[in-house]
Design a protein around this ligand. Structure first.
Ligand SMILES: [Ca+2]
Ligand SMILES: [Ca+2]
Length: 329
C-alpha cells in the first residue's frame, strides 16, 4: 500500500511537471488580451497549405520508415494513468518520412521570415520558462507567476521562440538548437508550410523504437551503454542540481548524440515533441507529446522512454517543448 501511494504521488507531481502547469486552454483564461493585429494562422495559411500538403516536400533530412506492424506501448507502465500500456500490435498502413532532427531555431526563423507568422507565445505575451534558465538574483521577483505545485516553472513575460529567457534574450548563439516555446498550433502551421505534417503518436513511437522490440529507449534498455550518454536528460537532483554530465544543462544542438537504428536524433530527451493525437482525458484541448526533455530524470519524470507519453493544451508552450515533422511517403 505504501508503495502504491508513493507511486501515486510521484505520478501526480510528474504530471504537473510535464504539463508545465498549462492544463487549461489559454484562450479560455481571459488573462491575456490578444493583440488586435494578431495573425490568424488558420485563415492565413491553411487553405493554401492544405492544397500543397504531402507534395513537393524536401525529404533530404528525413528518414523513410516502411509501413508495417510494430508493438506499441508497454506492459510495464511507469505511469499507468498516462495509458502507456498495454503493449499491443499497431499496423501502419502507409510508409512515411520523419525528420531526422527536431525542428531547429534556424528552421523556424526561416519559416517566420517567409510568412510573418506570429507564434502563440508571442500573441499571449508569455511562455513557461524553467527557473534555472534565469539568473538566480532575478528568480525571487517571479513569485506570482509560478506554476501551482510546480513552482520551478515561471510564466515569463516576453518569452517566445526568439526570446527563450525573456525579451532581452536571444537565439543567435543557438540557431542549431531545437525551437522551443512553440504551441501545437504553431507546430502544425510550420509543418504545413513546408508540405509536411506532424507525425501521429503511433508513427512517432515506431520511429523512436528504431526497429527494436519492447526496449525502454531508442537504443536499448540500458541508460548509458558503453559508458556513453545517449540523450540529453537531467543528471543530478531535480529540480535544483543538474550536473550536466551529458554536456548540456539546457537544450543541445539537434544533431547531438548518436542516432537510433533508423538514423533519428534525439527522439528521447532534448525537447518534448508534439504529435497529432488528442490526449485521452481532454481530447478537445490537449495534445500528446512524446520523448521527454532535458529536464527529465528517472526520479521525477521518467518519460524519455519510447512508450511514455504526456500532454499539454494545444495553445501552450514551454522551454522544453518542440517538435519534428512527418510526411506520408
Ligand atoms: Ca542534460
Ligand atoms: Ca526529442
Amino acid at each position: 500500500m505504501k508503495i502504491q501511494c508513493f507511486l501515486l504521488v510521484i505520478w501526480e507531481i510528474s504530471s504537473i511537471f510535464c504539463d508545465c502547469g498549462c492544463s487549461t486552454n489559454r484562450h479560455d483564461q481571459g488573462q491575456c488580451k490578444i493583440e488586435s493585429n494578431e495573425i490568424n494562422p488558420s485563415k492565413k495559411y491553411s487553405l493554401q497549405q492544405n492544397s500543397e500538403s504531402g507534395q513537393n516536400f524536401d525529404h533530404s533530412n528525413m528518414v523513410l520508415i516502411e509501413a508495417g506492424t510494430f508493438e506499441m506501448g508497454t506492459n510495464k507502465p511507469v505511469f499507468a494513468a498516462d495509458l502507456e500500456g498495454p503493449a499491443r500490435n499497431v499496423t501502419l498502413d502507409e510508409s512515411f518520412y520523419l525528420d531526422m532532427y527536431e525542428v531547429s531555431n534556424q528552421d523556424f526563423y526561416n519559416f517566420v521570415l517567409a510568412t510573418g507568422y506570429k507564434s502563440e507565445a508571442e500573441t499571449f505575451g508569455d511562455s513557461f520558462v524553467f527557473e534555472m534558465a534565469l539568473p538566480e538574483s532575478e528568480r525571487n521577483q517571479y513569485k506570482d507567476v509560478r506554476a501551482v505545485q510546480a513552482s520551478w516553472w515561471i510564466k515569463l513575460k516576453g518569452a517566445s521562440w526568439k526570446h527563450p529567457e525573456g525579451a532581452l534574450s536571444t537565439i543567435e548563439d543557438r540557431m542549431n538548437h531545437p525551437v522551443i516555446h512553440v504551441s501545437w498550433n504553431d507546430a502544425v502551421e510550420f509543418c504545413k508550410h513546408i508540405g509536411k505534417r506532424l507525425p501521429t503518436e503511433a508513427e512517432w513511437e515506431r520511429a523512436c523504437r528504431g526497429g527494436l522490440k519492447q526496449k525502454l529507449y531508442p537504443w536499448g534498455n540500458k541508460l548509458n551503454p558503453k559508458g556513453l550518454h545517449w540523450a540529453n536528460i537531467w543528471q543530478g537532483e531535480f529540480p535544483k542540481i543538474n550536473t550536466g554530465e551529458d554536456g548540456f544543462i539546457f537544450t543541445a544542438p539537434v544533431s547531438e548524440f548518436l542516432p537510433n537504428k533508423f538514423g533519428l536524433f534525439n527522439m528521447a530527451g532534448n525537447v518534448w515533441e508534439w504529435v497529432q493525437d488528442d490526449w485521452h482525458s481532454d481530447p478537445l484541448n490537449s495534445k500528446v507529446k512524446k520523448g521527454g526533455s532535458f529536464l527529465c530524470h528517472e526520479s521525477y519524470c521518467w518519460r524519455y522512454r519510447c512508450a511514455a507519453r504526456s500532454f499539454n493544451t494545444k495553445d501552450s508552450s514551454a522551454s522544453n517543448l518542440g517538435f519534428r515533422c512527418a510526411a506520408t511517403a
